[in-house]
Ligand binder design. Structure first.
Ligand code: HEC
Length: 111
């Protein structure tokens, strides 16, 4: 049973990452809501703390709800591994903002 749930979970994660909708049962509806909440929260962080600068300095990486999954591996690398972003000393992430990004990244299989 646990095994089955784990498999279902990863399949659903994949479906979601691809932005496909499928109705399997109650689990999916619930899971979608959770993921999209985490995604929205992460997007708010990206928009407030990253786009604010990227808009001027790095227009190739303006994060949106549409492209953030695609950029997730790089976001993870720059923020959590190399700690290069947010660039400079002026803009910092709070603990909560780091958590929001991490929680969203954890819903993806891409890093
Ligand atoms: C004060 C300006 C500034 C802020 C704030 C900022 N960035 Fe950047 N970012 C840049 C600039 C300039 C570049 C391109 C040059 C470089 O990589 O240093 C860049 C590049 C990047 C890259 C591409 C790096 C690569 O080599 O692939 C990623 C990913 C990135 N930023 C993520 C973020 C994220 C996520 C945040 C917010 C948590 C953020 N940045 C906040 C200025 C900023």
């Amino acid at each position: 049973m646990k095994m089955l749930f784990a498999i279902t979970f990863s399949v659903l994660t994949h479906l979601h990452a691809e932005n496909k909708m499928a109705e399997i049962d109650g689990y999916f509806a619930e899971y979608t809501v959770v993921v999209s909440d985490l995604k929205t929260e992460a997007f708010e962080v990206l928009n407030a703390k990253c786009n604010i600068c990227h808009r001027k300095q790095n227009p190739f990486k303006i994060f949106s709800l549409k492209n953030m999954e695609r950029h997730a591996p790089k976001i993870y690398k720059q923020v959590f591994i190399k700690k290069r972003m947010p660039k400079g000393n002026k803009i910092k992430l709070t603990k909560l903002e780091y958590e929001k990004l991490k929680n969203w990244l954890n819903t993806l299989n891409s890093h």
